[in-house]
Design a protein around this ligand. Structure first.
Ligand SMILES: *[C@@H]1O[C@H](CO)[C@@H](O)[C@H](O)[C@H]1NC(C)=O
Ligand SMILES: *[C@@H]1O[C@H](CO)[C@@H](O)[C@H](O)[C@H]1NC(C)=O
Ligand SMILES: *[C@@H]1O[C@H](CO)[C@@H](O)[C@H](O)[C@H]1NC(C)=O
Ligand SMILES: *[C@@H]1O[C@H](CO)[C@@H](O)[C@H](O)[C@H]1NC(C)=O
Ligand SMILES: *[C@@H]1O[C@H](CO)[C@@H](O)[C@H](O)[C@H]1NC(C)=O
Ligand SMILES: *[C@@H]1O[C@H](CO)[C@@H](O)[C@H](O)[C@H]1NC(C)=O
Ligand SMILES: *[C@@H]1O[C@H](CO)[C@@H](O)[C@H](O)[C@H]1NC(C)=O
Length: 478
């Protein structure tokens, strides 16, 4: 590394100039920041209801390793930042807010002093469940920016004339995310060169789905944060504090759990939430851990059924990588929900803790961080890279996994350039994953494998919303 303090002390080494063609920064300006604030970023503890944040990286360069070229890219992205669901969240939040109002506190004090001016951010109930459009963390903005960024990164994969399918599960906010991503990626060519393919979320799709559901997983429907909250009671401390500061108020720990979720959602709509500071950092850590537990046990590596569910996407993309871009295409942009991504990440063998997460105590630091996998707009990107011979490896085809823009090497497979995994070894690894149909008992009358990556429509009919945005309540999203 170049030591710029030498420059500052007057020891200008002329030869350094050629080592890096970039212009030198201003006198005295640091080349590298010495601070690492990520560990304190509240977004990491507000978890999956909070706006997008990049995954904490191991430091492997996100750019394609020297001597290599990405020839296939696969994306599986969660919808962007959004409003709460009316049924799942909205009603619960308004219930707690009404309770607070009914407690007749005339002037809010202490950590809740901001309540004297604060208003609930859902001004129009028709926005429940939908992507957000306001504030710096707006969902549609996130989707468009990601598309535009990916054009810069993967634009070479488009020949400038083909019609490229974009796959989305059949849920309004997911479809909108796919559309805005497409507009970001294709720009003026979106209306003619992107083809939105909507894959229904219905269980009758079997394995031919971005949202496959595991019939044998009878745990699934009741598995959610409340289950873990019951055994993990740290939020009563916040409730007691607020009640003490505001006589007449009678919040419970479960009210606090609702308020913290509501706070995370506020940032999906507004630049700032005063609720962030109402809770201590320990309380946010506990809250985040409740989500880690839920994703781990309900939708992640803590469930064999969920790993098998993730096998569908892991296997289909693996098959595409084996046949390569010339035969099978070079871009596969897919959109679904958080609980459809964590199973795939688990099936890929990423983020598998050495032992199950304890549910009777807050594990800190958590060995499974949902905020690093599925924040709003969270995404898994798989790259097939073709490389010339390098000092570390022979010429060949390799695979890299990128989760929320951080390269995540496999501990058992990283002999390729930039810690990538040789495709043959990758295939063997994916082959060992529990199989969806076997493990989940897919109804024999439903499709038994994913087909739409091969048989898609090139019609642009669904590229834009016709009529009003739907109001959907049957959610697979948490
Ligand atoms: C691989 O090597 C060939 C022949 O030298 C060269 O044309 C090509 O640009 C190289 N590819 C990459 C990705 O560096
Ligand atoms: C709040 O004030 C209303 C009207 O005076 C009263 O009916 C209600 O019981 C009060 N609520 C509490 C919790 O004291
Ligand atoms: C893409 O858009 C540009 C700008 O409108 C246009 O010149 C070009 O012909 C378009 N390409 C295709 C394949 O339609
Ligand atoms: C393609 O279009 C046909 C006819 O509208 C439809 O039945 C089919 O489900 C579509 N396939 C995909 C992958 O969107
Ligand atoms: C506070 O609420 C609990 C139930 O949530 C209730 O049992 C208790 O009586 C309430 N206390 C006051 C002072 O209203
Ligand atoms: C399988 O699907 C068929 C057709 O939808 C349905 O009639 C049958 O009940 C399903 N079987 C099971 C075990 O769910
Ligand atoms: C893998 O995916 C391909 C393509 O969808 C499919 O034909 C094959 O049956 C799948 N294999 C397994 C083991 O799921």
């Amino acid at each position: 590394m170049l030591n710029l303090s030498l420059l500052a002390s007057g020891l200008v080494l002329a030869s350094l100039a050629s080592a890096n063609s970039k212009a030198y920064p201003k006198f005295g300006e640091k080349q590298f920041s010495q601070t690492f604030h990520d560990g304190y970023n509240l977004l990491k503890y507000m978890s999956s209801l909070a706006p997008y944040s990049d995954r904490v990286s191991y430091g492997v360069d996100r750019n394609t390793p020297a001597g290599c070229e990405v020839d296939q890219a696969f994306l599986l992205m969660r919808h962007g930042e959004r409003y709460p669901d009316a049924a799942m969240f909205g009603d619960d939040y308004t219930k707690v807010l009404s309770k607070m109002k009914a407690s007749n506190v005339s002037t809010w004090a202490g950590d809740l002093a901001f309540m004297n001016e604060w208003t609930y951010y859902v001004e129009d109930e028709s926005m429940y469940s939908q992507e957000s459009t306001t504030g710096p963390y707006a969902g549609l903005l996130d989707a468009f920016s990601r598309g535009s960024e990916y054009r810069l990164r993967y634009g070479h994969l488009w020949d400038g004339k083909s019609v490229v399918p974009i796959f989305t599960s059949g849920y309004e906010r997911v479809i909108e995310t796919a559309r805005y991503f497409g507009q970001g990626f294709f720009g003026y060519n979106y209306s003619t060169n992107a083809a939105i393919n909507i894959i229904p979320e219905a269980a009758t799709q079997g394995a031919d789905s971005l949202t496959p559901s595991c019939a044998a997983d009878t745990n699934y429907d009741t598995c959610y944060i409340e289950r873990f909250f019951a055994t993990l009671p740290p939020l009563h401390v916040a409730a007691a504090r607020f009640n003490k500061q505001n006589p007449g108020l009678n919040l419970t720990a479960s009210d606090v759990l609702e308020l913290m979720q509501m706070a995370a959602f506020e940032l999906n709509v507004r630049a700032y939430t005063p609720w962030a500071d109402a809770f201590t950092s320990d309380e946010w850590v506990s809250y985040g851990y409740i989500f880690d537990l839920a994703y781990y046990y309900c939708f992640g590596p803590g469930s064999e059924y969920q790993i098998a569910t993730g096998q569908v996407f892991a296997n289909a993309t693996r098959v595409l990588m084996e046949s390569g871009p010339k035969k099978s295409g070079s871009m596969f942009w897919s959109f679904a929900h958080d609980a459809n991504i964590t199973p795939v990440v688990a099936a890929l063998g990423i983020d598998i803790p050495d032992s199950h997460l304890p549910s009777d105590t807050v594990q800190f630091p958590s060995t499974y961080r949902a905020a690093d996998i599925v924040p709003m707009g969270g995404h898994l990107t798989l790259e097939r890279i073709t490389c010339n011979a390098t000092a570390v490896s022979k010429a060949g085809v390799f695979v890299r996994a990128v989760v929320n823009e951080a390269v995540v090497p496999w501990t058992s497979c990283q002999s390729g350039p930039g810690y990538s995994c040789p495709l043959a070894q990758y295939s063997t690894m994916i082959d060992k994953t529990p199989k969806f149909n076997e493990k989940c008992g897919t109804n024999a009358s439903y499709p038994q494998y994913l087909d739409f990556f091969w048989n898609y429509n090139t019609t642009t009919e669904y590229n834009y919303q016709k009529g009003p945005i739907g109001y959907q309540l049957t959610d697979t999203d948490v």
